[in-house]
Design a protein around this ligand. Structure first.
Ligand SMILES: [Zn+2]
Length: 339
């Protein structure tokens, strides 16, 4: 495949964190608005907000979030950031993106969880209108936060589900906090009929994948730790559990040792639906086009396969059936010239 063609084709992304994906230009603007000093040289600033391609250290990865989060604590800042990520998506012809964030991470100043989500909705409303990108939002519970706080994430998702397409996720330190600890809030979300995707099998126990499916997740983020366990892979096949794969991020955090061992083709061949994602555009210094090129380099993907991945991604997205149909048709037509 050719990079320029990949970039032009309509694409779907399901796993992208807002706080890890704010562009350098937007970060400069946010620093100005918030009166925060940041490095004046682009090279120095880049070091603060992105890990280098060679860097393979989780601590460095997390430091980038500590840098950007203080800039995302007001309504104006959150609206601007959400708008900025939709612009980036549109720049590489993403036609549908699901953007995720935890309202709990943006309450350092005066905002309530609900106000955080409303500010992001405002940004994606403007962005999807201006850039012609469809967008869904996913609210993340955090593994290190209290049950009460996480239950409130679910309540806010339910309250605002009429305003915008909202789903729920569980993010944070998987190695320290097993998914089973969050059965209660996840079950509440399930009972509210909120769509559920959970980070599972990125670095933690592979039982987290089993529990995620058991608690009602139809998708999981990463799903790498089941790589060598046929029973769990079969469980995903049987449940059609979709795995959101994020290759560059997984290499940077050492969730996987090399791209050659990445189970992308293996999952597909087994019949596990997968999507290709950036995880964090700025922190990982990547785009969806980059991620597809990376996989193509090692696995020699055809346009036909890419089309199938995009169609199955939109099919397992959390948008309405109408939008799924509309976007599938768009993909079908656009890929006709290359397959
Ligand atoms: Zn993630």
């Amino acid at each position: 495949m050719q990079r320029e063609i990949i970039k032009k084709l309509p694409k779907v992304e399901l796993h992208c964190h807002l706080d890890g994906s704010v562009s350098m230009e937007a970060i400069k603007r946010l620093a100005e608005i918030n009166n925060v000093d940041i490095p004046t040289s682009d090279i120095e600033l880049r070091k603060k907000i992105s890990v280098s391609k060679n860097c393979r250290d989780l601590k460095d990865y997390l430091n980038c979030f500590s840098f950007v989060l203080p800039l995302l604590q007001t309504k104006e800042s959150l609206t601007l950031a959400a708008y900025d990520v939709l612009k980036q998506a549109s720049d590489e012809n993403i036609c549908y993106i699901e953007l995720r964030f935890s309202p709990l991470q943006h309450m350092e100043k005066e905002l309530s969880q609900k106000e955080v989500v409303e500010a992001v909705i405002e940004g994606v409303k403007q962005g999807s209108h201006d850039f012609d990108v469809e967008c869904g939002l996913i609210l993340c519970m955090m593994r290190h936060r209290s049950e009460k706080e996480n239950q409130e994430v679910i309540e806010v998702a339910r309250q605002l589900a009429n305003e915008w397409s909202l789903a729920v996720d569980l993010a944070g330190d998987e190695a320290r906090y097993d998914t089973a600890l969050f059965e209660k809030p996840i079950t509440i979300a399930h009972n509210y009929h909120l769509p559920i995707t959970l980070h599972a099998g990125e670095c933690g126990n592979q039982k987290n994948i089993v529990d995620s499916i058991r608690f009602g997740a139809t998708r999981i983020g990463h799903g790498l730790t089941m790589k060598d366990t046929m029973d769990i892979k079969q469980l995903c096949v049987d449940h059609k559990t979709h795995v959101e794969m994020c290759p560059t991020s997984n290499l940077q955090t050492r969730a996987i040792e090399s791209i050659a061992n990445y189970p992308f083709m293996e999952y597909l061949e087994l019949g596990i639906p997968v999507s290709i994602n950036t995880d964090n555009r700025t922190v990982s210094n990547t785009t969806l086009t980059d991620e597809i090129c990376l996989l193509d380099e090692y696995f020699n993907i055809s346009y036909q396969l890419l089309k199938e991945v995009m169609l199955s991604s939109i099919n397992q997205s959390f948008t309405s059936d109408d939008k799924k149909q509309k976007i599938s048709k768009l993909i079908d037509e656009a890929y006709e010239s290359v397959v």
